[in-house]
Design a binder for this molecule. Structure first.
Ligand code: PBG
Length: 356
């Protein structure tokens, strides 16, 4: 017969100061919903959420995104109504992605003051001045080749023979990122969020904003952004797949964790106000490591593929959507995120308001 004394020997080493069974019974704190609530270590709140929005040209458009059911591309004229709903749910911030009418080699739609995102920012700020507007700052939606920066091609005026052909020209892209950031700040963006993984992007944008009098506009850096297959549905949503190659020349190798800390360190030194790890679920260890090493506000992006796989499984009746979405979100919080970019923001806000 096993005695209680025998069971004590299963106490994990190092925990000898803790009470052991049968004095210790962790199940006491799980007995009722009330006790579980008291003992809960992490909470999810609507104020944690940032809702990504796709904005496009056109009139009275609400185009469903096939691979992301429940998500749409909105024409600017329909934004005030949609923003009203987002405000009513208590969601404090949106992240904007632009789907321009035309694309070109240098992504000029990104720094055109009449571009779709500046128009959207003005429409949102007019409808809801308190809504925090974050502008995703990248060129992939605006370039005809779909890369996140300017490409070195022999036929282009910016061709530089010293650089490899097909290379995403880092430093030229920085100049244009700074210019586009000023354009979005002029339109009223509260936060600029560079997502292209160009070296020096945070410093270049900070300098550009400061030089134009926008020292008060914050930078949320996509500091550790991985070359991920989970962006697949987004590329349909933003109409931005690369026309050749992939993004592994500039986005991070999924195998690397130490490199993420180095990327973050560089962005902090360049003046990032907030940091992001992206995607979320496959990179919770990275999120946790960044949380432990830095005090800046930390965001995680639950990306399009993370959303799409939960939606697809739920549509088949294989997973309970509400449970699994909230479980994913609390896991992201527990790993160290202060805020979460999520396509579930509206649903989760409604679920939380109902107290589930
Ligand atoms: C733009 C950008 C992407 C995402 C956010 N900003 C796409 C990419 O890098 O290919 C992905 C977001 C998502 O998948 O939800 N660079």
């Amino acid at each position: 017969m096993t005695t209680i004394q025998d069971k004590r020997s299963f106490a994990p080493a190092g925990d000898t100061s803790l009470a052991q069974f049968p004095i210790a019974r962790p199940r006491r704190l799980r007995l009722s919903a009330g006790i579980r609530r008291l003992a809960r270590e992490t909470t999810l709140s609507v104020t944690d959420f940032i809702y990504p929005l796709f904005v496009r040209y056109g009139k009275d458009e609400r185009r469903p995104i096939g691979s992301m059911s429940g998500q749409y591309q909105w024409s600017v004229d329909r934004l005030p109504d949609e923003i009203g709903k987002i405000v009513a749910l208590g969601i404090p911030a949106v992240m904007l992605f632009g789907v321009p009418a035309t694309k070109d080699a240098t992504g000029s739609g990104n720094y055109d003051p009449e571009g779709v995102v500046p128009q959207a920012i003005r429409a949102i700020k007019a409808a809801a001045p308190e809504m925090v507007v974050i502008s995703d700052m990248c060129f992939c939606e605006y370039t005809d080749h779909g890369h996140c920066g300017i490409i070195n091609t022999p036929d282009a005026p910016h061709y530089t023979p010293r650089l490899p052909e097909g290379y995403v020209m880092n430093d030229l892209t920085l100049e244009l990122l700074a210019r586009a950031s000023v354009t979005h700040a002029e339109a009223g963006a509260d936060i600029i969020a560079p997502s292209g993984m160009m070296d020096g992007m945070v410093g270049a944008i900070r300098a550009g904003l400061n030089a134009s009098g926008f020292e008060y506009v914050a930078i949320l850096s996509y500091a550790a952004k991985y070359a991920s297959g989970f962006y697949g549905p987004f590329r349909e949503a933003a109409e931005s797949p690369p026309q050749f190659g992939d993004r592994s020349q500039y986005q991070m190798d999924p195998a690397n964790r130490r490199e993420a800390l180095r990327e973050v360190a560089l962005d902090v030194a360049e003046g990032a106000d907030m940091l992001m790890v992206k995607p979320a679920l496959p990179y919770l260890d990275v999120l946790s490591a960044v949380r432990q090493a830095y005090d800046l506000p930390l965001a995680a992006y639950q990306v399009s593929g993370e959303y799409a796989m939960l939606m697809a499984a739920a549509a088949n009746g294989w997973l309970d959507l509400r449970r699994c979405a909230l479980e994913s979100l609390i896991g992201i919080k527990r790993a160290g995120a202060d805020m979460i970019l999520t396509y579930f923001a509206k649903d989760a806000a409604a679920w939380l308001a109902k107290g589930v």
